[in-house]
Design a protein around this ligand. Structure first.
Ligand SMILES: [Zn+2]
Ligand SMILES: [Zn+2]
Length: 239
């Protein structure tokens, strides 16, 4: 399957050539196209991508508000994201159940809860095609059931909002925000995942520039796994 990181920027003002647009991922396999997320600055551009299906992780503007004008395309979301998206003109909006795998064409998909936002409950997606499995987590503080989610994972795609300093806050005992790239690489090491790619970059990563960022990723991985920083338009063949 071919992955294309259409956008790799988080919900921040800063941008540069490599991280210009909000994070979303296009996965193509056997001529079928699965799109994950469609944030605000992608508005009006959906026809140029022409996906068969759209999955939405959560109802934050940088992940869902590109759908504001509506689309006849099939859009899939879990629980509260589904409820929120009913305000948009989406005649083919489908509700998905968490932790129950389902199929869309050649893709086997499972949505699982991740801790990220109190107001906009968030899921990550585990997707299998062509005998390979990836997990997509553009925004997260934590995944509770990592043993299950990370089992036999070929590629972890994670949240680049913070490189080394986690941006995690607490309200009434609930955590929200973003954990660091460093922490996510440590999860990958713990669960023996061989490859990770980061997207959804924030101020820290965009401020340090690509070279410094790559150096940091190498330092965190310590040679135990392959780690890369995605950029807008980056393609990856996972086979
Ligand atoms: Zn985001
Ligand atoms: Zn978010």
């Amino acid at each position: 399957m071919i992955l294309k990181f259409l956008g790799t920027r988080g919900y921040i003002e800063e941008k540069n050539k490599k991280h210009k647009r909000h994070s979303c991922l296009l996965i193509t396999y056997r001529k079928k196209k699965l799109l994950i997320d469609w944030g605000l600055d992608w508005r009006g551009r959906l026809n140029s991508i022409n996906p068969d299906w759209i999955l939405i992780t959560h109802a934050h503007p940088d992940h869902a508000f590109g759908l504001k004008e509506g689309t006849p395309k099939a859009v899939y979301a879990a629980s509260s994201t589904y409820k929120f998206l009913r305000e948009f003109a989406l005649p083919n909006l489908e509700k998905i159940k968490k932790n129950i795998p389902f199929k869309l064409g050649p893709f086997k998909i499972s949505a699982y809860s991740v801790i990220h936002s109190i107001k906009a409950p968030t899921v990550g997606f585990r997707i299998t095609a062509a005998g390979k499995t990836l997990a997509y987590n553009p925004d997260l503080v934590f995944i509770k059931n990592r043993r299950k989610i990370f089992k036999d994972l070929d590629l972890y795609i994670g949240d680049g909002s913070s490189v080394s300093r986690p941006m995690v806050r607490r309200k009434e005992n609930k955590l929200f925000g973003h954990t660091s790239v460093k922490t996510q690489i440590n999860w990958c090491k713990k669960f023996k995942i061989q490859e990770a790619i980061f997207t959804h970059f924030g101020k820290e990563a965009i401020g340090m520039g690509e070279k410094k960022l790559e150096k940091k990723l190498d330092e965190f991985s310590g040679g135990e796994l392959k780690v890369a920083a995605a950029y807008d338009g980056m393609k990856k063949n996972l086979c």
